[in-house]
Design a protein around this ligand. Structure first.
Ligand SMILES: Nc1nc2c(c(=O)[nH]1)N[C@H]1C(S)=C(S)[C@@H](COP(=O)(O)O)O[C@H]1N2
Ligand SMILES: [Mo]
Length: 257
């Protein structure tokens, strides 16, 4: 908020230069037509934008506002398009915040899925136990913010089925994920309960290859690629906003339908 101790000196416009990516993402979402000026930013947020850290905070608060609007528009009954299996890309296209050579395979035998937060049975799960749950398969389009996409065939247990089985509080706001490569991620409960949101263990009918999230990754049909954490090690049901790897760097948290 505006500091009572600071004189109202005109801010240095160069202060925005460090935040071009975040500003670009806000502008692309049409939240601020005609570009973002420091004056507009101060007016919109009531923040003192003389400091780089408060610029960052102001931009993130605009981004969060947009998230709330988008979450309100989310229609849980709207299904994303599915495609014929003949269109499935084999192998899928890899992406992560590092190169494919740096992928550290997860050992499926010692792997456990840990549970936390508003869940009544927080015992951990093995691969075998996950495989015994009801499975679903879907052929959907994966879209990355970098501007590429592919059609993939994913199978696994619907996240809704899993959350019901462990006694999760389905009225909580968020489902958050931790992963073996330190890529935190979180989604709203409506998306978690969507019929096309899976805890996926297979691609094109075969066990997930290491680069694509073995043994367990999230696969949503209503979210951009970066909201699909791979190599999941823990799930938390929470009312606390947990952000995510790219979200904490300015990407829109909702990023989807
Ligand atoms: N754990 C983890 N999950 C991740 C990422 C990552 O770096 N680490 N990258 C995300 C991004 S940006 C994309 S586009 C997809 C890529 O998934 P794919 O390799 O299965 O196509 O994974 C997402 N999930
Ligand atoms: Mo992505």
């Amino acid at each position: 908020m505006r500091s009572p101790f600071r004189p109202a000196t005109p801010p240095d416009p160069r202060i925005l230069d460090d935040h071009r990516a975040l500003i670009g993402s806000i502008e692309r979402r049409n939240l601020l037509r005609g570009g973002l000026s420091l004056g507009a930013l101060t007016m919109l947020t009531g923040c003192d934008v003389n400091e780089a850290s408060s610029v960052q905070r102001a931009l993130l608060s605009i981004s969060r506002f947009n998230d709330r609007v988008q979450a309100a528009l989310f229609d849980p009954d709207k299904l994303a398009p599915e495609y014929p299996k003949s269109m499935v890309l084999k192998p899928p296209r890899f992406n992560a915040y590092y190169e494919i050579e740096k992928v550290k395979p997860v050992d499926g035998e010692s792997w456990r899925l840990e549970l936390a937060g508003f869940i009544s049975d927080r015992r951990s799960w093995t691969r075998q136990q996950m495989a015994e749950l009801p499975q679903r398969e879907m052929v959907i389009r994966h879209i990355c913010v970098e501007g590429w996409d592919y059609i993939g065939e994913w199978s696994g247990v619907p996240l809704r089925t899993f959350l019901e089985r462990v006694g999760a509080d389905l009225t909580a706001r968020y489902v958050a994920f931790r992963t073996a490569d330190d890529y935190p991620s979180s989604i709203d409960m409506a998306t978690a309960l969507h019929p096309q949101t899976l805890l996926s263990t297979a691609y094109a009918g075969a066990v997930l290859p290491d680069p694509f999230g073995y043994p367990l990754r999230l696969r949503t049909s209503t979210k951009l690629g970066f909201k699909n954490p791979k190599w999941i090690t823990a799930i938390e049901v929470t009312n606390t906003y947990r952000g995510g790897y790219w979200e904490d760097r300015g990407f829109n948290w909702h990023s989807g339908l």
